[in-house]
Design a protein around this ligand. Structure first.
Ligand SMILES: [Zn+2]
Ligand SMILES: [Zn+2]
Length: 170
């Protein structure tokens, strides 16, 4: 979905739409989107800037950070993004660029590709870590077994010296 910003000038514009998650690349194998992405947003032209605020929600499957088991998770968040045309950044010069706030994205031309906006926002809002359970034991460092499911005997055969010291205390 491409929004022609010239047509928006001077207006406040609300958009409600959903886009397919097919083909959106999140640069990680650990996240899979399971539904269309629902977007509600407002695009406001404050020339030269364009402000986009809204909410995004999508059903996803994310692998547990420790044991890699897939966890169903609703990714839902609100966002704010600001776009500035690349010509504008050049004109403002390097002094401005140094202080440019990091939330500003560069826009080429007068078209805002909402798929790219949404992809970027989801990427920014993915959890850094997610656990199937607070007590998730993760995978055995030696044999790769899921320690929530089976008790491999690697630990018994080779106890980390630091743990051995702790054991003596108890
Ligand atoms: Zn886990
Ligand atoms: Zn093991």
């Amino acid at each position: 979905m491409i929004v022609d910003l010239v047509k928006l000038e001077g207006l406040n514009n609300r958009f409600e739409f959903s886009i397919s998650a097919d083909g959106l690349d999140f640069e990680t194998e650990n996240v899979r989107l399971k539904s269309d992405i629902a977007v509600s947003c407002e695009i406001i032209r404050n020339i030269p800037k364009t402000d986009v605020t809204g909410t995004i929600s999508v059903a996803a499957e994310i692998d547990c950070t420790r044991c890699l088991i897939p966890i169903e998770q609703l990714i839902a968040f609100s966002f704010e993004a600001t776009y500035v045309p690349s010509e504008e950044l050049l004109r403002e010069g390097e002094a401005e660029l140094d202080t440019a706030d990091l939330d500003v994205d560069v826009l080429d031309g007068n078209e805002l590709d909402m798929r790219e906006v949404v992809r970027e926002q989801i990427l920014l809002n993915l959890p850094d870590q997610i656990f199937c359970d607070d007590e998730c034991k993760g995978l055995c460092q030696k044999c790769g077994a899921n320690l929530n499911l089976i008790d491999c005997s690697c630990e018994e055969t080779e106890i980390d010296p630091r743990w051995a010291a702790l054991k003596k205390l108890t």
